[in-house]
Structures are given as C-alpha cells and as structure tokens.
Design a protein around this ligand. Structure first.
Ligand SMILES: Cc1ncc(C[n+]2csc(CCOP(=O)(O)OP(=O)(O)O)c2C)c(N)n1
Length: 380
C-alpha cells in the first residue's frame, strides 16, 4: 500500500503547483512519488494512450459535426480533455467501476465501449445508453454531481462485499467518479465527499477542472484551488496537469491503489481546458476570449505525447499514419451508424420498467397500441 499523500496545492487559484511528468514540449520530468509510477509504462502502453487520444478526438470532432448537420440533438465536446481522461482511465483495472458525467468519451474509449454506443442518447433514440456491466462503465449522468453519490454508494457496496484490502489483485476493486469543476459547487458532490470520507469508501473523485461551468469560470466558484477542498473533507488531494497524460496516469494509479487496498478516498483535480463549446447549444465567444483558447492550444495533450514518442524514437511515420487511418475508419463508421439510427417503436418505453410482467404496464401498453391504431382508422 502506498502512503497517503497530503495535498500538493497552493493558496492561490490556477495555475498553482501541479504534478507534471510531461511538459507542453513533450519533455519528461521526474517527480519523487509519481515519476516511478509512470516509469514502468511500456512502449506499447504509451502508443496505446496516444491512439486512444487520437481516436477520441476524431470521434468527438465527427460527433460535433453530426450535430451541426442535424443528425444529433446535442453534443458535449471533450476536445482538450483527452489527456486527463485517457491517462486516468489507463490506471483502471477491469473490475474497477466508473461513474462518468456526460463528456467522458475518452474514458469510454479506454474502457472498451464501442464509441458509437454513445450516440443514440444524443440522437434521442435511446433513453439510457448501454449496459453498464459490460465494461463497468455506468451510463452518462446529465444531472450535475448526482452520480458522485451513486459512486460512493456503489463503493460502500464494494466495501461490504469484502472486495477491498484483501491483497488479492483479482478481487480488490475501486470506484471512480468523473465530474467537472462546476459539480464541486453542487450539494450532491459535497454530500458524496462527506460520505466517502466518513465510511472510508474505496472511491476516487476525479475532477476535471476545464476552467468553465458553462459560462462561469472556476475561479468565481472557488477562492482556493479545487484540490485544496479535498483536505477539508479529510482526504488526500492532488492537483495534476490534466493535459499531461502520464501525470494523470500516475496520480490515478496511486489513488486507485489506495482505494483498492483499503486506504479510502482521494480527491484529484486535473487542471485542463475545454477547447470547444460546453455543448453544441452554447457559444463560448460570448463569455471567453480567443487569447485564452490560443494559450491552451499550446498545452495540447496529444501533440505533447506525440512529441515525446517521436523524440524517444518510439513512434515513426508509419505508426502515426496507421493511427490516423484507424481514426478515419472510425469516423466513417460513426457517421454511417448515426445516420442509420431509427427511433424505436413507442411500445419500447414499456419494455424495461419491470423485470417481469406487470398488469398495470400491460394495460398501459394496450392503451397506447389502441391509441396509435386509432390514427390508422382516422386515415382511412
Ligand atoms: C443539477 C443540475 N443543475 C444545473 C444543470 C445545468 N448544467 C448543465 S452542465 C452545467 C455546468 C457543469 O459544469 P462542470 O461541472 O464544470 O462540467 P463541464 O460541463 O464543464 O464538464 C450546468 C450548470 C444540470 N444539468 N444539473
């Protein structure tokens, strides 16, 4: 078990001290605690992280375009946040359980969810999404912060099942909740932090501080770095460069291991930036300036890992081109899939209300069928 870590935070808001292993130019830096945790990453793992980020961005760009073309009702872009998502998700084990918000497309990619599965909800052809048990990746949550409570409840269940601190890596499990800076202002999230600390639940709170809660900057919501709030709840807290995929991997690895081994919850603030709109319904030019976006473009998580791989001789032109080909193929599949999605029959809304037959549901289904049939009669 690793020793609990005290907060690495300063009194001022962003930028403040952060764990960083890969700078914006792609140069590796050491860190006494986190450096060794990333040092063991193999060439294959590093290349997979790069591929996951490129595929996520290609998918995200395609989904944004599909919304603009009227094929989706709404889309929350994750461009800029790939490092935080892909890095932290690579630290997960299959039995760990993820509670995402609605922008975690990079985490979905790493968990093995077919990214196309994210689209029906945004096209309005499905209410929930996918079976969370297939990849231990819960459906997206649109009510800000609500899923932090679900995550803590699930983690308390894991604890009561005895799947914590056994020392058996095939048994011990952790839970992670992904949320944004705005969610830290919600009551639900604060209650979740209290419950997690009080019960020593095996949960990691992974806050992606992408600087904006729609149009409200995180500095307006908090007078202190968000990571320093974790200490007030009595849990170790870490502030990490969220555009550094390696640092996010290392910080999440330590926190998840603490959770699995019975050491309790951790709060992580990944300092990152949402490059696009909050969702396709919003216009960021109304509340933030171009210079800010340009500055963050120089900290891009993908270009810095690529620079590092190339400098170390771990990625040649053929590798980079191969990843780009995979991304183009994914985009073609995504577009065809989205266009082909058909609305389900109305009767489908009765299908998953109860696991077994229920007389009230049967009556409502019959009533709906009769109602729809009345249109056919009227047309004749
Ligand atoms: C309980 C609740 N209140 C308000 C909203 C409206 N809303 C949708 S997204 C959002 C901002 C969320 O910001 P943040 O938590 O930083 O996440 P981000 O979208 O930046 O990833 C708000 C207020 C909501 N969905 N749920």
């Amino acid at each position: 078990m690793t020793e609990p870590l005290t907060a690495i935070v300063g009194p001022e808001a962003a930028p403040g001290p952060q764990v960083q292993l890969l700078d914006p130019q792609g140069r590796r830096h050491d860190h006494p605690l986190y450096g060794p945790l990333a040092a063991g990453l193999t060439t294959d793992q590093l290349r997979t992280m790069y591929r996951d980020m490129v595929l996520t961005r290609a998918f995200d760009t395609a989904a944004t375009a599909l919304q603009r073309q009227g094929e989706l009702g709404l889309w929350p872009p994750c461009q800029g946040q790939e490092g935080a998502q892909v890095g932290s998700a690579h630290a997960l084990r299959p039995r760990d359980f993820v509670f995402p918000s609605y922008r975690e497309h990079g985490v979905a990619q790493v968990r093995g969810l077919d990214l196309r599965e994210l689209l029906p909800v945004f096209r309005g052809t499905r209410h929930g999404g996918w079976d969370p048990r297939t990849h231990n990746f819960h459906i997206y949550t649109f009510v800000i912060g609500a899923h932090t409570l679900h995550a803590v409840g699930y983690a308390m269940g894991v604890q009561r099942d005895g799947d914590v601190g056994t020392g058996d890596p095939a048994r011990d499990r952790a839970v992670v909740a992904y949320f944004g800076d705005g969610a830290t202002s919600q009551g639900d999230t604060n209650e979740a932090l209290v419950f997690a600390a009080s019960t020593n639940a095996p949960v990691v709170f992974f806050c992606q501080n992408n600087q904006w809660a729609i149009s409200v900057p995180s500095t307006t919501q908090s007078r202190v770095p968000l990571a320093s709030r974790g200490g007030g709840f009595g849990m170790p807290s870490v502030r990490v460069d969220g555009n550094d995929v390696l640092a996010c991997y290392a910080v999440a690895t330590e926190a998840l291991e603490r959770a699995r081994s019975g050491g309790g919850p951790t709060f992580i603030e990944a300092v990152t930036y949402r490059m696009g709109a909050h969702t396709t319904s919003d216009d960021p030019t109304r509340y933030r300036d171009r210079a800010e976006e340009d500055l963050w473009r120089t900290r891009d998580p993908i270009t810095r890992l690529r620079a590092h791989l190339e400098a170390e001789g771990l990625a040649d032109e053929a590798f980079v081109a191969g990843v780009d080909d995979d991304a183009a193929a994914l985009v073609a599949e995504v577009r065809a899939f989205a266009r082909g999605l058909e609305p389900p029959p109305h009767s489908a809304m009765f299908d998953h209300v109860y696991t077994a037959a229920h007389p009230l549901i049967d009556a409502e289904r019959a009533e709906q069928a009769a109602f729809e049939a009345s249109f056919a009669e009227a047309d004749q």
